[in-house]
Design a protein around this ligand. Structure first.
Ligand SMILES: *[C@@H]1O[C@H](CO)[C@@H](O)[C@H](O)[C@H]1NC(C)=O
Ligand SMILES: *[C@@H]1O[C@H](CO)[C@@H](O)[C@H](O)[C@H]1NC(C)=O
Ligand SMILES: *[C@@H]1O[C@H](CO)[C@@H](O)[C@H](O)[C@H]1NC(C)=O
Ligand SMILES: *[C@@H]1O[C@H](CO)[C@@H](O)[C@H](O)[C@H]1NC(C)=O
Length: 318
């Protein structure tokens, strides 16, 4: 390589690096961003829209101890099947009833829509309303679940909101909830007390000043898995109309909790929620509640190794 060519490539690399850094840090000019959701969509869809699919349960006859609400998209039927076969299978844990339902929006793909309806008839575990199932509608999806609890299942004791790519140790969660011995104004999970909005335009979590003018977020729990007593669902549902819509569902719930003056609490003195994932180990997994980034085949693998079996004799700490 001649010196001239070398200089040329060096210059190009530096130029691209500068361009990249500039783009990543663009703050206000957002020419590629889609038009933002209108604030009104939340009330219109969550309060007035009818449920297209409802799960097969009468909560006043068989009140669950814990309702697991799992956000999922129409195309993720494999992930739902795996959850049904593992931690989401309806069961009693130390005599407490646990049920798992999936939260779905709608899709423009007619085949997928038809198969969701068939799946709902077959398994009776789908909650669906008519809004487009896209990432930025996750707040609507969560609020749909909360509305369902408020309207159809106020008899339950606790609610957990989680996702299909999360492993949930329902045994340890039940044990900790019973040990906590609290049935009202409880909200717990992986606490995020001092998060800042991401102002980098190309981030998945980019937040414009028009959407969220504040410089810090309220305290909230990671959306990968949070748990609350059922009275909190009704209170969030009630207050949500007066909270400005925000697309990041976990932060939106945090904004509601601030208004309700409900404080976040740790479920245990040691970390039990793992939103950033955790390497699998049988003993370690007996003492966790959630682990994020778990693929369908790993859900099966962990479950069949009896992960979550809190009676496992684990001599060494992990
Ligand atoms: C649920 O069960 C209760 C008590 O058995 C009954 O009164 C009510 O009508 C049932 N609701 C529905 C929707 O079937
Ligand atoms: C959310 O769903 C509504 C109702 O289907 C739709 O009008 C809106 O475009 C969706 N939001 C996004 C960001 O696509
Ligand atoms: C649970 O709390 C109630 C009152 O808040 C108390 O009476 C009861 O003894 C507690 N039970 C346990 C097992 O700590
Ligand atoms: C709902 O909110 C209103 C005020 O916004 C309040 O007066 C009412 O008590 C709340 N109801 C419940 C069930 O929390």
């Amino acid at each position: 390589m001649t010196l001239k060519k070398f200089r040329m490539s060096f210059f190009l690399i530096v130029a691209f690096a500068c361009l990249y850094l500039f783009m990543m840090n663009l703050i206000e000019i957002c020419i590629f961003c889609q038009k933002r959701n209108e604030a009104t969509s939340l009330t219109i869809i969550t309060k007035n829209g009818t449920f297209l699919q409802l799960p097969d349960i009468n909560c006043s006859r068989t009140p669950p101890f814990l309702v697991l609400l799992v956000t999922s998209s129409p195309g993720q039927n494999e992930a739902r099947m795996v959850v049904r076969q593992t931690w989401g299978k309806q069961r009693l844990v130390t005599g407490k009833r646990i049920v798992t339902y999936f939260l779905l929006g709608t899709t423009e793909n007619q085949n997928e829509q038809t198969s969701v309806t068939a799946e709902s008839q077959k398994y009776g575990d789908i909650i669906q309303k008519d809004f487009l199932d896209v990432y930025y509608n996750l707040t609507l999806k969560t609020m749909m679940g909360i509305q369902w609890v408020y309207k159809f299942c106020p008899q339950s004791r606790f609610v957990m909101k989680t996702d299909t790519d999360v492993f949930v140790n329902i045994f340890y969660l039940t044990e900790l909830l019973l040990r906590k011995n609290r049935t009202t104004r409880l909200f717990t999970g992986f606490l995020k007390m001092n998060e800042l909005p991401i102002r980098r335009v190309f981030s998945k979590w980019y937040v414009g000043k028009d959407e969220y003018p504040g410089s810090t977020f309220p305290p909230f729990c990671s959306g990968t898995g949070y748990v609350f007593s059922t009275d909190v669902a009704s209170q969030i549902y009630n207050i949500s109309e007066s909270v400005p819509f925000f697309k990041l569902e976990d932060v939106f719930i945090g904004l509601c909790l601030v208004k309700l003056k409900i404080n976040l609490e740790e479920l245990h003195s040691e970390q039990t929620f793992f939103p950033d994932g955790l390497e699998f180990s049988l003993c370690r997994f007996t003492k966790i509640v959630t682990c994020h980034y778990v693929k369908p085949h790993e859900q099966l693998l962990y479950w069949h190794k009896k992960a979550g079996n809190i009676h496992l004799d684990c001599k060494q700490k992990y």
